[in-house]
Design a protein around this ligand. Structure first.
Ligand SMILES: C[S@@+](CC[C@H](N)C(=O)[O-])C[C@H]1O[C@@H](n2cnc3c(N)ncnc32)[C@H](O)[C@@H]1O
Length: 283
């Protein structure tokens, strides 16, 4: 007799399998993956615990469970994540936006008036610039990235979130920012030192784009390049705001100070780790 797999039985199997493979929050991962595969929300999942799954559904779900057990990130399997309460498409061509990066969005909003011009350097999926556009209808925004594929995804995310008309996406290298003047320049650049790469979780090391994560000079090169250009590219009184690694606060503050930026501050994230450094061009 063929074994009957109800939704609950499959959920328990996937949870145990994830647990054995060292996946964090195994039950949550199993629920989100099954809900995605069966096109249900999580409440729909609970309401259908006793439903037997057919062969087609099992054939769809089992390979996804195996891929997650091999540490492929849930967000890449689902193809979407949430940032600033907005949906973002993600593929392995872009970094999965992190909740901690919302601190950078908060700091930008705290300095944004009614209108102005903003550049997001290394925009990736567009998480920062799209979120800011959704909050700043009077602003002109730009997203710059060296990866053309990332820019395609960022444009799709701008479109899906109804802010495409406000954002210009540019392909380019942050070593040479556009010759324009901005009121705010924000960036979550690559900042992991090459030596740290091997210590990262398999989800990051084996699946996320290295180009989005690793930077030379102990992970500090992008901060040096951004700070060196800030005075020429910022309007007087404009701000450069960057996300940092938790051990980089002092180094980045020094880089900003040496570049002549003023009112330099460091903001911690909600876990109490240094997360954002900002500096202002003289008024
Ligand atoms: C840490 S990710 C940040 C992505 C997105 N802003 C976020 O916060 O989720 C860094 C981004 O910088 C881009 N990047 C890396 N080197 C660059 C360079 N030299 N010039 C411009 N962009 C670069 C990568 O392609 C990647 O999208």
């Amino acid at each position: 007799m063929t074994e009957i797999w109800t939704l609950l039985k499959l959920l328990r199997w996937a949870t145990d399998f994830f647990s054995g493979k060292g996946i964090d929050s195994p039950r949550l991962n199993a629920e989100l993956l099954l809900a995605h595969a069966l096109k249900l929300d999580r409440v729909g999942l609970y309401m259908n615990y006793d439903r037997p799954l057919n062969a087609e559904e099992l054939d769809l779900i089992r390979p996804l469970v195996k891929r997650r057990a091999q540490r492929e990130p849930l967000q890449y399997l689902i193809g979407e994540t949430e940032f600033w309460s907005l949906p973002f498409k993600v593929t392995p061509d872009v970094l999965i936006p992190r909740a901690d990066t919302e601190i950078l969005v908060e700091e930008a909003l705290a300095r944004a008036g009614e209108n102005g011009r903003l550049l997001d350097v290394g925009c990736g999926s567009g998480a920062i610039v799209v979120s800011l556009a959704s909050e700043l209808p009077g602003w002109q925004l730009e997203g710059l990235d060296i990866s053309p594929v990332a820019l395609t995804i960022a444009s799709e995310n701008a479109m899906a979130n109804g802010v495409a008309g406000q954002i210009l996406f540019r392909n380019g290298d942050l070593a040479e920012l556009p010759r324009e003047s901005y009121d705010l320049i924000v960036s979550n650049p690559p900042y992991i030192a090459a030596a740290e790469w091997e210590t990262l979780m398999p989800e990051v090391r084996c699946y996320e784009p290295r180009l989005a994560l690793v930077a030379v000079d102990e992970g500090l090169v992008c901060y040096c390049q951004l700070a060196a250009q800030a005075s020429e590219r910022l309007n007087p009184g404009g701000w450069l705001l960057v996300e940092i690694g938790y051990q980089q606060g002092d180094a980045v503050r020094e880089i900003f100070s040496a570049a002549g930026l003023q009112e330099i501050f460091l903001r911690e994230d909600y876990a109490g780790q240094p997360r954002v450094v900002g500096g202002q061009r003289k008024k």
